[in-house]
Design a protein around this ligand. Structure first.
Ligand code: G3H
Ligand code: 13P
Ligand code: ZN
Length: 284
């Protein structure tokens, strides 16, 4: 399998370490991730989402690939679709050039999850693209109720084994009390659960989503127990937006998505350019 992302994850497994998998949504964030990896001479994964594919009018693939080539030709950098939810989204991302896709069918029943993950694997593998599945749910800040019954949504190790065996997925995103965003996570991750999943799936990289607020001993222990990649989005979005707010003297920065700022900037710039074009044609 020629997938660079899978190669990076397998190497992390062998070395008993983990890599960062960072979400990008524009040129500056993409370059920041690439330059960080290149500067440290460490591999990493860049992730797009369907929202970002839409936001960039499907140019994110070319943007990531050209910047990796230009800025870090000698650093291993994978390119992955984060949280694909349908077969159509998966094929579209593969057409845009990702070398790994996530099919997140974690909100479906196990049977449905197995069926769609298998279909994705059958499509992706012959094209040299790796697959990450998810079992158990990793909740989202602001999008889901806060009184979560963790036992109900965390990954069941035996079901995880079944999902991997029956689908041939390469990697697995696990729920062990983690959550997206700066969130009221489970006070202590379910380490025994992670240990059990890893024992049943010794050859499959395990991914921890919602890692923005994971640090120190928690990260160390997660790696010891089998996590090979940490997904980070919120933390770097905030770094970007805080820097913009600081520049503009905004003391109470409430924006935490670069696209919210840049979309408006793009629209206003487009209006300004249209006005000039019309003016030069004598059509004010
Ligand atoms: O886990 C998923 C991402 O944090 C959500 O990303 O806003 O680009 O869809 P998005
Ligand atoms: P955070 O937003 O918590 O960093 O999670 C990112 C993530 O899991 C992307 O898939
Ligand atoms: Zn995620």
């Amino acid at each position: 399998m020629k997938s660079k992302t899978l190669k990076i994850l397998k190497k992390a497994m062998e070395d008993k370490v983990a890599v960062g998998a960072f979400n990008t949504s524009n040129m500056e964030v993409t370059q920041a991730i690439i330059m960080a990896a290149n500067n440290l001479k460490k591999s990493c994964i860049i992730q797009t989402t369907v929202s970002t594919m839409e936001y960039t009018f499907d140019t994110i693939g070319e943007l990531v690939k050209s910047n990796v080539k230009k800025l870090a030709p000698n650093t291993e950098i994978g390119f992955h679709l984060d949280h694909g939810h349908s077969f159509h989204e998966i094929t579209k991302a593969i057409d845009l050039g990702v070398d790994s896709v996530m099919i997140d069918a974690s909100r479906l029943t196990l049977e449905e999850n197995i069926a769609i993950t298998k279909k994705v694997v059958e499509y992706a593998h012959p094209r040299g693209v790796a697959v990450q599945a998810e079992l158990g749910r990793v909740p989202y800040l602001g999008r889901e109720k806060l009184d979560i019954d963790w036992n109900e949504i965390m990954t069941d190790p035996n079901e995880a084994k079944r999902l991997v065996d029956e689908t041939g997925t390469d990697a697995l995103a696990v729920g062990i009390g983690n959550a997206h965003g700066f969130f009221r996570e489970k006070s202590e991750p379910d380490w025994e659960r992670l240990k059990a999943i890893n024992a049943l799936l010794p050859d499959n990289p395990l991914i921890l989503h919602g890692a923005s607020d994971w640090e120190g001993e928690k990260v160390k222990k997660a790696v010891e127990l089998g996590i090979n990649a940490f997904n980070i989005d919120t933390d770097i979005r905030i770094a970007f937006c805080s820097a913009v707010c600081k520049m503009t003297g905004d003391q109470h920065c409430e924006v935490s998505d670069p696209r919210k700022i840049l979309k408006v900037a793009r629209e206003e710039t487009q209006k300004a350019v249209e006005k000039k074009i019309q003016m030069f044609l004598g059509k004010e």
